[in-house]
Design a protein around this ligand. Structure first.
Ligand SMILES: C[S@@+](CC[C@H](N)C(=O)[O-])C[C@H]1O[C@@H](n2cnc3c(N)ncnc32)[C@H](O)[C@@H]1O
Length: 268
């Protein structure tokens, strides 16, 4: 894949990513370097642009950096959560179908999974379109390590990148598609991430998102207010759409089931 990152310290300098980094059968350790000479470590195929741990402002973000959360997250919570939150039988396969239908990944296209955790969406995109180039990004090294294990087991080639969604290390209009599953609610600065998403998506690109909305029921709201103390935020559909519009997107498709909302955004 011809993937180039943008240096975090020099907005004009590119960092070339060798194709072998995505081949998870071959451990890749070493570094990548920008045209200006700034260098970043690659540990077991994971490119680390951040170095030190970011400052945590919420408990939700802090807990994503624990190994235990990373190892239990997908099987214990993620694969069952939509049935609980939507109030209907909602297996992960149904979510994947929607992801693939709305994203329609194309051969040779470039796709970015923002706040990927264990890279559920990135792996599903790659499984649906082997010839697509997929980057899975998170700021938690623990999540990326777990994602790498799962992708290697699935024989899925992905580029893993430790970076911050508030400062995406890509040039403008790099991606044919962006995907983000459940991450919006956990972001400490959601507008910054959405502005960055708008910058790196191509004009004809698509942005698939699964996000949780405010509950209509009083007991649901009470519960949401208590998890809000840990840094998880909820908006109504109207408020969410206003946020997307503010960042320069318009809603192309939307499906609400219980407090689960799937949104397909396109650049405005
Ligand atoms: C709810 S989980 C995402 C789940 C995953 N997308 C899925 O579909 O299973 C949120 C993830 O976003 C990451 N995250 C939160 N804020 C971030 C930021 N500013 N930059 C990068 N990753 C971030 C967390 O580390 C965590 O792994």
């Amino acid at each position: 894949m011809k993937l180039e990152l943008r240096s975090p310290v020099n907005e004009r300098a590119g960092i070339h990513i060798p194709d072998e980094i995505a081949n998870l059968n071959m451990p890749f350790n070493g570094s990548v370097c920008s045209e200006e000479g700034d260098e970043y470590p690659v540990k077991n195929n994971i490119i680390d642009l951040l170095g030190e741990e970011p400052e945590f402002t919420t408990l939700a973000n802090y807990s994503n950096h624990w190994k235990l959360t990373a190892s239990l997250y997908e099987d214990i919570w993620r694969k069952r959560s939509l049935s609980m939150l939507s109030g209907e039988d909602f297996p992960i396969e149904k979510e994947h179908e929607l992801l693939i239908e709305w994203t329609a990944p194309k051969a040779g296209g470039k796709y970015l999974d923002i706040g990927c955790s264990t890279a559920l969406y990135a792996r599903a995109l790659k499984a649906a379109r082997k010839e697509a180039n997929i980057v899975a990004l998170d700021f938690s090294f623990q999540m990326l390590e777990e994602a790498r294990l799962k992708a290697e087991a699935d024989e899925t080639d992905l580029v893993f990148l430790r970076a911050d969604g508030r400062d995406l290390p890509f040039f403008s209009k790099t991606f044919d598609g962006l995907v983000m599953g459940g991450t919006l609610n956990e972001l400490s600065e959601e507008l910054k991430v959405l502005y960055e998403a708008r910058r790196v998506i191509k004009q004809d690109g698509t942005f698939f998102m699964m996000h949780l909305i405010k509950s209509d029921a009083w007991y649901g709201r009470l519960l949401q207010e208590s998890v809000g103390l840990g840094g998880i935020k909820f908006w109504t559909v109207k408020e969410s759409n206003k946020l997307f519009e503010q960042a320069g997107f318009k809603v192309s498709q939307q499906l609400v089931r219980g407090i689960v909302c799937f949104t397909k955004l396109v650049p405005n």
